[in-house]
Design a protein around this ligand. Sequence first.
Ligand code: S3P
Length: 429
Amino acid sequence: MPSLSVTTVSPARRVRGRLRVPGDKSISHRYALIAACAEGSSRLLNYAPGADCQSTLACLRGLGIAIEANGPQAVTLAGHGFDAWRVPAAALDAGNSGTTMRMLAGLVAAQPFTTRLIGDESLSRRPMRRVIEPLTRMGATIEAADGHAPLTIHGARLHAVHHTAEVPSAQIKSAVLFAGLHAEGTTSIAEPAATRDHTERALAAFGVIVVTNGAMVSIEGGQRATAQALTVPGDFSSAAFWMVAAAALPGSRVEIEDVGLNPTRTGLVSVLRRFGARVDVQQTDVAAGEPRGTIIVEYDRTSGVDIAPDEVPGLIDELPAIAALASRGGRVSVRGAGELRVKESDRIAAIVAGFRGLGIPADERPDGFLIHGDGTPAGGIADARSDHRMAMAFAIAALAARAPSRIEGSDAVAVSYPGFFETLDGLVA
Ligand code: S3P
């Protein structure tokens, strides 16, 4: 059902401040899922507070894992090993979270019982054949509605396969690796382009050996994960909105502390520099294989930026934010990003419609978009289409406008960034 929430965003001359962002969503999902396979109690700090990562915890509870939330973003999972997972009494609801559904599919495919995975309207429209196909070849039987959720997964004793993924997707890679961890033999997956490698790093942090050889990753089945105490870094994809706002609005400066700096995620840094911003990245630490540190972005000048297809996997989730770079002037051109059409919304259509609604010229391409900012936009109405990253991108674009704008469906931000609008208020004050 379309959301009726609306937030009015007023024009702002600039953004300034020092802040932290919520824990990384991708890493939180992985730590929770692997901790649930491990034996012993894992303690996760700075676990992502958004609805998506709570969906992962709810699904794991449905599989019999005892999970305690002690204090803000501190989660303890009592793992008793993968064999202790229980037949779920009801369908497991992944909500809006594609990462939950696809990665969990890889795990329950190896259980000796049947699991039904459901999701919201958006998730039920997203392609699942990309995981159904390799998991079926490994030995699971999966019923789906024409390649879409709900998924009924009849788990089985899996055997290793080599899988060649057709689209670059860390979710596919992770589903196959998680299944491979519980399969007989060595499972491998080759990707058409490198995607985020959090699963590889997280498995290693839990004591599982994963071998990466160029574009191929492999895992030997039957290894056991060991419980860990880990702290999730801040989410670079959430930081991205403030980084873009600072790059686009004259006089801005933001300093974001304790952000994940995994190089498979930070493609936006080079984009902002090409656009004309001053960006300083200071790595302070590496924990559980994940680099983290401080990012400072200052406005300098604006120009045009072209995103090439080979850059897309390294900034796929940042493309809605990147569109907002050109809200007041300059140009953003994106190609080779057809995957945007199967995210939480058809992000190409949503970006173009929303930006036009705010008075910013935008054109759709089959595999991308062109935003050509043209002075100060009028402002207006943009529909987030129940997509968290669209709501945040429109809010940032609206800062550049002449008059207040209405962001419809703004409550979607809670999927990855509860408190987004409160932080925005602080940065424009
Ligand atoms: C994610 C991978 C990406 C990304 C998504 C999170 C992950 O999706 O867009 O937000 O955590 O593995 P794909 O794997 O479908 O590219």
